[in-house]
Ligand binder design. Structure first.
Ligand SMILES: Nc1ncnc2c1ncn2[C@@H]1O[C@H](COP(=O)(O)OP(=O)(O)OP(=O)(O)O)[C@@H](O)[C@H]1O
Length: 266
């Protein structure tokens, strides 16, 4: 209750700050996660839209979470790639840090699958996984791993993928021993992003699935994919020997696409 009152107070403060202290106009709240709140704002002269993301007010006294929020801004600034939002500016409103970034006027894969009911063929799923890997390789080359590549954080706009929410991203560690990774989601190397891409692929592939039996079976049984593709996904999910890098995972995916005639050879 106390936290709700506090968040409402900060919501009003942010709204008034945007309308009175910046060149932007408040439009609406976009999301409310465990660490941050995102708002849609607009530059009235150009009509261009942006996103203001602020830290949750209840975390404002936590040094650890403030550092984490500043790391999110720093990593996004370092990434600076066409398929991730650019940071426009950052600041503090009544002790609460915030930043303004590009707005990607697209649809998350979560909205696409679960709200719009869109379906993805095996061919389309592999093409999107390949596009995602191409983007992920670019920020891995800058030494950054995202660690939260879930379907609400991957957007599609004009058939192009965009990646948002670097709230769990970290600088990659090169000396992580594969055998000592207990939780692949939190691994501080490429393993985490590949693990999430494995799940991303499964969400897309399941979009066309309708159960034929009451009994739930494993994805390997339910999806009826070619054995080499099952093996590929198992490597992403670390059920089998993991890939050494996102580049290796992309090369192997391109072989899959060739093998299943999803790309032309000429
Ligand atoms: N740059 C952006 N362009 C378009 N939509 C965005 C952008 N950033 C955030 N959003 C929207 O706002 C929602 C929430 O943003 P985000 O995922 O960054 O933070 P959060 O989930 O609220 O916080 P956190 O995960 O850090 O606790 C997203 O799911 C997305 O719909």
């Amino acid at each position: 209750m106390f936290n709700t009152i506090k968040e409402n107070k900060y919501h009003a403060l942010v709204k008034s700050y945007i309308d009175n202290n910046t060149d932007y106009r408040f439009i609406k709240q976009l999301g409310d996660g465990s660490y941050g709140v995102a708002y849609l704002i607009e530059e009235p002269s150009s009509g261009e839209k942006f996103v203001l993301k602020r830290m949750k007010a209840k975390h404002r006294k936590s040094c650890k979470l403030r550092e984490k929020f500043h790391l999110e801004i720093q990593l996004l600034q370092e990434i600076d790639l066409p398929n991730t939002p650019s940071v426009i500016s950052h600041g503090v409103i009544e002790e609460v840090p915030f930043y303004i970034m590009d707005y990607i006027d697209g649809q998350t894969f979560e909205q696409s699958i679960f709200i719009e009911g869109n379906t993805f063929s095996v061919e389309q799923s592999l093409k999107f996984a390949s596009q995602l890997l191409e983007n992920v390789i670019l920020f891995h080359q800058k030494g950054i791993v995202h660690r939260d590549l879930r379907i609400p954080n991957i957007l599609m706009k004009d058939e192009q993928l965009y990646i948002i929410d670097f709230g769990l991203a970290v600088y990659m560690k090169c000396d992580v021993d594969f055998n000592e990774i207990d939780n692949p989601k939190r691994a501080e190397n490429h393993i985490s992003d590949l693990y999430f891409i494995g799940h991303f692929l499964l969400f897309l592939l399941y979009s066309t699935y309708s159960p034929t039996q009451k009994k739930e079976r494993s994805w390997q049984e339910e999806l009826q994919l070619p054995p080499s593709l099952i093996e590929y996904i198992e490597r992403l999910l670390i059920i089998r020997e993991p890939f050494n890098s996102a580049e290796d995972a992309l090369k192997s995916l391109q072989c899959q696409m060739l093998e299943h005639s999803f790309v032309s050879t000429d």
